[in-house]
Design a protein around this ligand. Structure first.
Ligand code: PHE
Length: 494
């Protein structure tokens, strides 16, 4: 194991001096997210579209509920997915099988039957559970705990996610919604209403490109793609202890023989995790801090995910979708958040590095994230009021998504990296699963909240978005107050 970790530390052949394994994970996740966000961009619109236009004719409330349940399940399966990777398949095979199941899911949705619609979503849910959490933990495994490239590695990975998420609504939205593609369909003798299913197919094609890329570079993940072994647990735990000198005192009886085992590998089997207490006091504190961040994370996504649901419908029904005289499909708005992430992520990385020691702690950044989210969604209040006079300018949504994304960048990549730092190594995947569960709860709530959208009542919409803004701003204030306390629980982790 020692050799494995050392070789990863020295590996600099990938993007920007990172291990080469990062390139593989970057592109695989880029294409998986392409498929996920492409389908998500048209999902609610497909469900609420009238049957004569090829949709399912659902009400906003029903469609929002399905959206919430689906996006919840997609992240909830991260728990069994992490477990299967750790104990049975190893992370690398888990992401391969996950990707295959996801692709099958998207292709199932090409069939124009309700059972295929639900069956396809079920497959995507199962596949994403195997792929998404494990690919994220594999990024963490590329680096030693104190490797200075670690956070930057996560930022690069997050860029990949968002490149996929930017591209796909354009492609899937064009196929599903545009008049241009519908004319092409009619010309070749296919019904124009089948356009939605071409959107779903494009998502599946994207996942296949990701799978091909993964298989071509399979070998590069040799060292980080296996199951969790006992020895690995012991070694990672040394890293944990070494990184926190104060806590090292309380666990000295455990660490001393482990240190011996590093000097003399023959002694390694002496330490088995079973003999150690379930959690050290330090671990418990860190888990407490994580739990607190999980709660605010759920709240964040419950509002942010209006993007794919109520704001998506707002874009479709109440926004004048023309820019410089050109009309565009409403689902193209779905590319905005991720475009902003790509543009702003380097600015944020630069900012945090420039601020150095003075940069906010992770709970501080979470609080800032919620503040931006609150300001962003507050802009929907005047937009909603103005719908009383007809369709509103796209500038509203363009601005809302911009401000919300400032929030996302303070919270989401920071959260991912903080989870991998605060989690006890032997529970890395499970804790990552916990992070996904909190995201899942947020997504479920988002669907519930979105169900309240009454697109024919500007008054009710302004209350709805106003209430969300107040909730986010209050949470931001609360977390700012709790930050010193959470920081204490986090010990040496910033
Ligand atoms: N944009 C992020 C992604 O797709 C949203 C997310 C964050 C999803 C955390 C799951 C967990 O990766």
């Amino acid at each position: 194991m020692n050799a494995v970790i050392d070789s990863q530390v020295l590996e600099t052949g990938g993007i920007g001096g990172h291990p080469r394994g990062l390139n593989v994970l970057f592109f695989t996740e880029l294409w998986e997210r392409f498929s996920y966000y492409g389908m998500r961009a048209i999902l609610v619109l497909f469900m609420v579209a009238p049957v004569v236009q090829g949709g399912l004719g659902f009400t906003v409330a029903h469609a929002s509920e399905i959206y919430g349940i689906y996006t919840m399940c997609v992240y909830l399966t991260a728990i069994p997915g992490g477990f299967i990777a750790d104990r049975m398949l190893g992370a690398r095979k888990a992401i391969l099988f996950g990707g295959i199941i996801i692709a099958l899911g998207h292709f199932t949705m090409v069939l124009p039957a309700l059972s295929a619609f639900y069956g396809g979503m079920l497959l995507i849910v199962l596949g994403t559970g195997l792929l998404k959490p494990n690919i994220s933990t594999m990024v963490g495994r590329l680096y030693h705990l104190n490797d200075p490239r670690r956070d930057a590695g996560f930022s690069i990975f997050y860029m990949g996610i968002n490149m996929g998420a930017t591209l796909s609504p354009i492609v899937c939205g064009y196929l599903a919604q545009s008049e241009h593609f519908k004319t092409i369909l009619t010309k070749v003798g296919l019904p124009a209403e089948s356009s939605w299913h071409f959107g779903f197919a494009a998502a599946g094609v994207g996942m296949c490109i990701g799978l091909i890329h993964l298989l071509m570079q399979w070998k590069l993940l040799d060292k980080i793609g296996g199951k969790i072994e006992k020895e690995e647990v012991a070694l990672h735990d040394i890293q944990d202890v070494e990184s926190d000198t104060v806590e090292a005192k309380s666990t000295i009886t455990v660490t001393e023989p482990v240190h011996d085992s590093v000097k003399d590998p023959m002694k390694a089997p002496v330490i088995t995790p079973a003999k150690a207490p379930l959690f050290t006091p330090d671990e418990l504190k860190k888990l407490g801090a994580l739990l607190c961040l999980f709660v605010f994370n759920a709240l964040f996504w419950s509002i942010y995910e209006q993007g794919g649901s109520s704001l998506n419908i707002f874009a479709d029904r109440l926004t004048d979708n023309r820019l410089f005289g050109m009309e565009f499909p409403s689902s193209w708005f779905q590319s905005l958040q991720s475009t902003y992430v790509i543009l702003l992520a380097p600015v944020f990385s630069w900012l945090w590095i420039k601020m150095g020691e003075k940069q906010p702690s992770s709970p501080g950044k979470f609080s800032l994230g919620l503040m931006f989210l609150g300001i962003g969604i507050a802009i929907m209040v005047p937009a909603a009021i103005l719908t009383a006079q007809g369709k509103v300018s796209p500038i509203f949504l363009i601005t809302v998504y911009f401000v919300e994304t400032l929030g996302e960048l303070c919270l989401s990549p920071v959260g991912l990296s903080t989870v991998t730092k605060l989690a006890p190594a032997r529970l890395a995947s499970l804790t990552m699963g916990g992070w996904f569960v909190s995201t899942a709860i947020g997504n479920r709530l988002a669907g519930y909240f979105s169900g309240f959208l009454q697109s024919d009542s500007s008054g009710s919409m302004s209350y709805m978005f106003g209430a969300m803004a107040i909730a986010a701003l209050t949470a931001a204030g609360l977390l700012a107050g709790l930050t010193p306390f959470v920081k204490k629980l986090m010990g040496s982790v910033k």
